[in-house]
Design a protein. Structure first.
Length: 234
């Protein structure tokens, strides 16, 4: 039996909330907890696999354009934006103020328009705009106090960056190299050592990205130290 993919928990919870909101808008009675639980489990299994398989089929068909990159944070914004609009537009015993299609369209707007707006307002790329890293494709980078040599162990090109102190999002790492499969690259960390908690907050940071995403770094989600991130293409 196939396993649950990443995003299964979020897919299950989102499906349950959508069922609750849609049944309330339709004036139908609430489902029991065990039925909602079954819906959540089924959605957590089916939805991520459906997206994964659809993406594989799309990429396998010649002549089709490359699929746009949609980050988990974008999905989060879109789902909660749609749920918010559908929920607040509900009027018990009356027709909803916002139709279903408009609520879903609002969710799409949240997912695709809000991240670049936040980027423009803040002057740096927010987490909803970041691309997934490819750190698993490197050997000799992670776990090294002063990484100097990195090898690409995957079968696709990667962009590896070493950001020194002072280089932060939205600027890419000055030492960035595109590495082909099996290729080894040399970096110069100077006297800087890897950023770590709690002793060396402002050290250097390394990260691998899938081109055309660009390696950079930013503060961690807890606001202490730095982590490597992948900026979207310019």
């Amino acid at each position: 039996m196939p396993e649950f993919l990443p995003g299964a928990v979020f897919s299950g919870i989102s499906a349950i909330l959508f069922v609750i909101v849609l049944r309330a808008r339709a004036g139908k009675p609430r489902l029991s907890a065990w039925k909602l639980g079954l819906i959540g489990i089924a959605a957590g299994f089916v939805i991520p696999w459906a997206f994964a398989l659809a993406g594989m089929v799309w990429r396998a068909m010649p002549g089709l354009p490359e699929l746009p990159v949609i980050t988990p944070d974008q999905i989060f914004l879109g789902v909660w934006g749609a749920l918010l609009v559908l929920a607040i537009s509900h009027r018990p015993g009356k027709r909803p103020r916002v139709p279903l299609w408009a609520g879903l369209l609002t969710g799409l707007a949240f997912a695709f328009l809000l991240p670049p707006l936040l980027d423009m307002v803040t002057g740096s790329y927010q987490r909803a705009s970041l691309r997934p890293d490819m750190n698993h494709c490197t050997r000799g980078m992670l776990g090294q106090v002063q990484p100097r040599e990195v090898e690409n162990i995957c079968d696709e090109p990667i962009a590896v960056g070493l950001c020194l102190p002072g280089e932060v999002n939205p600027a890419p790492c000055a030492q960035t190299k595109i590495m082909q499969p099996g290729e080894t690259a040399q970096f110069d960390p100077g006297e800087a050592r890897l950023s770590s908690l709690p002793s060396n907050l402002d050290g250097l940071t390394v990260v691998a990205c899938r081109p055309p995403a660009r390696p950079s770094r930013m503060t961690t989600t807890i606001g202490r130290g730095y982590e490597g991130v992948c900026l979207p293409p310019e």
